[in-house]
Design a protein. Structure first.
Length: 151
């Protein structure tokens, strides 16, 4: 008899994958390329992670890299990357990324008046807050830290 095991999703890897495009691009980009959306914000990056994760999976039940890949793809949706095809579909439009310049604090504050910017950020913050509340109420921090499990 074949029994299916429930999917053991590591939420630490999910968090890493969602943050990874910004960790890559916002650290390297502004200093070197005058943009904060480069390789980490491309479909090629998410696909490369998914392909590598699939190759590493091969009969094992570990889906860690696939989790990171899926979360990186979710980040592209959250950042509405379909509005920046030159980045999303890199390198189809060429090897260079469009330079957007480094924005000042005043320019970033103007984003607070744009719902397409702040609504997804608020939704993300609420999801993180709900996870933190759930972990603290059930004293499940240790299980999360050791295995990435949520109660």
């Amino acid at each position: 008899m074949i029994t299916a095991r429930p999917l053991q999703l590591d939420f630490r890897l999910l968090a890493l994958g969602v943050l990874l495009p910004d960790l890559i691009d916002k650290v390297v980009g502004p200093a070197s390329f005058y943009t904060t959306r480069m390789v980490g914000h491309t479909l090629a990056w998410a696909l490369a992670l998914a392909i590598l994760g699939t190759l590493l999976l091969r009969g094992r039940a570990r889906i860690g890299l696939l989790t990171v890949a899926a979360a990186s793809a979710i980040h592209l949706l959250q950042d509405q990357m379909w509005r920046q095809n030159e980045v999303l579909l890199w390198p189809l439009y060429g090897w260079r990324f469009p330079a957007t310049g480094v924005r000042t604090a005043a320019e970033r504050l103007q984003d607070l008046a744009r719902p397409e910017i702040y609504v997804p950020e608020i939704v993300g913050a609420l999801i993180l807050l709900a996870a933190a509340v759930r972990l603290s109420r059930q004293r499940a921090w240790r299980g999360f830290a050791r295995g990435g499990r949520l109660p």
